[in-house]
Design a binder for this molecule. Structure first.
Ligand SMILES: Cc1ncc(COP(=O)(O)O)c(C=O)c1O
Length: 444
């Protein structure tokens, strides 16, 4: 009898062909996708099977915050797999116990009770469920320039065009405008934006609104750092009307902005906080909803109607504990601040030298550049929810030169792992610098 064994390795071409044939790619017409085959990764780099190296300047999906292949996390996962790979969520386990306690230590204010999920979307689903149960109200305010996940409820909370195909969605979600209106119109002041939110609250009826969910620093919709006073003002409005404030820190949390959580920059404590991505640095999938004691107390004698087979998965909790240790041992929050200052300088330098750079924003190692084809009128290099030949050409340049990052509409992201060094940062910016010559050519 002969036994057939699977060949050990595939070429990049085989990986791409078979992945495209039998699996569906996200947010795309399948004939248009052109995935990079990835064989291995270490630190800020990943490689194709043929050995082409990429700088991972987006930490994959803004999630591998500690960098790839950290032996301390891998070892913790192996040890946990050997000891107890799974226990159902009605059990108590050591990684679950330790992770809850650790998160209570690093989360803002008196947030010290957590419910674990498989990722960010489920964290937001459970956050709004908690808010509705806790307040007895049903409406949820969310913002237009936002992404909160792709499950039924979270995609309704999402304000960006990814929501459209899922409509009508969850009843009771009301979107408000952001302080930012795109590169041509720019920013409102905190006061103007807060007045608009207050008006919407009045029009909807404050007593009908359970929660306001917002990204502390908006991620894929533009790395939008709120004007000072905005977050404090949202907190005040929520307090005034008995509305719960939910901060979505799925992308902005875990050191990305130089703090454990981005909301710490404004000394505001939300009632509920959601996290995922950097929580395990994506070594294993895990999300969490953190809540203040007063919310958890509501479920002392009442049932919390929520559950997931993989809630508090031991492998994921062990990975999160090990990842958090890495952030601490390696001083990654400090490095994010230090390298973030360098990145901000390099971005300013690009803005001075390249006419196509219309805006450059960053906080810590969370950054984005907006490109324009006319600097005085600030006409974006690609329209809202669209692309252009120039943006496509820029994306091709990055790929050819071995720099991986997200290129979206008229923007591209600068979100490297938090372990990046100065020479690595300069190497990435040299590739960006050269690429911007392509977009400069069309500036009128
Ligand atoms: C701010 C924010 N919230 C929620 C999500 C959804 O997380 P997940 O894809 O893990 O469900 C994302 C994903 O990018 C996000 O950026």
């Amino acid at each position: 009898m002969t036994t057939q064994t699977e060949p050990k390795t595939m070429s990049g071409e085989e990986m791409v062909a078979l992945s495209k044939k039998h699996t569906l790619y996200e947010w795309a017409a399948q004939s248009k996708v052109d995935p990079i085959p990835v064989a291995r990764a270490k630190g800020i780099y990943f490689w194709t099977p043929e050995g082409k190296r990429f700088i991972d300047f987006n930490s994959q999906l803004m999630c591998v915050n500690i960098g790839h292949g950290d032996e301390r996390v891998l070892q913790a996962i192996r040890e946990q797999a050997d000891t107890l790979a799974y226990a159902n969520p009605f059990m108590a386990t050591e990684p679950r116990a330790r992770l809850g306690a650790k998160l209570a230590e690093i989360s803002p204010g008196d947030i010290d009770v957590f419910f674990f999920t498989n990722g960010g979307a489920e964290a937001n689903e459970n956050a709004i469920k908690l808010a509705r149960l806790a307040t007895g109200r049903h409406k949820i305010l969310a913002r237009y320039r936002s992404y909160h996940g792709a499950t039924a409820g979270s995609i309704t909370l999402t304000g960006d065009p990814r929501r459209w195909a899922a409509e009508p969605g969850l009843p009771g979600v009301v979107h408000v405008l952001d302080p930012y209106h795109g590169i041509e119109r720019g920013w409102d002041s905190a006061e103007e934006s807060l007045a608009m939110i207050d008006e919407v609250i009045q029009l909807e009826g404050p007593h009908t609104i359970a929660a306001f969910i917002l990204e502390s620093v908006t991620g894929t919709n533009g790395v939008l750092v709120p004007p000072d006073g905005y977050m404090q003002g949202v907190r005040q409005l929520c307090d005034k009307y008995g509305i719960l404030m939910i901060c979505d820190e799925v992308m902005a949390g875990f050191g990305r902005t130089g703090e454990w959580f981005a909301i710490n920059h404004w000394n505001v404590v939300p009632d509920i906080i959601t996290m995922a991505k950097g929580l395990t640095a994506a070594y294993v999938q895990l999300g969490a909803v953190g809540m203040r004691r007063k919310i958890a107390d509501q479920f002392k004698d009442r049932v919390f109607y929520g559950g997931l087979t993989y809630n508090s998965h031991p492998l994921a909790c062990a990975a999160a504990l090990a990842a958090i240790r890495v952030y601490e041992e390696d001083g990654l929050l400090e490095n994010a601040r230090k390298m973030g200052a360098l990145m901000a300088d390099l971005m300013t330098d690009l803005q001075l030298r390249h006419p196509s750079v219309g805006a450059a924003r960053s906080i810590g190692l969370f950054g984005l550049i907006e490109l324009v084809r006319d600097r005085s009128k600030k006409i974006p290099m690609a329209p809202f929810n669209g692309t252009s030949d120039e943006m496509v050409a820029l994306g091709k340049h990055f790929r050819q030169e071995g720099l991986y990052t997200f290129v979206r509409w008229n923007t591209f992201f600068t979100n490297p792992p938090l372990c990046i060094t100065e020479p690595q940062m300069r190497e990435a910016f040299a590739i960006i610098d050269k690429g911007l010559e392509i977009t400069d050519r069309v500036v009128g």
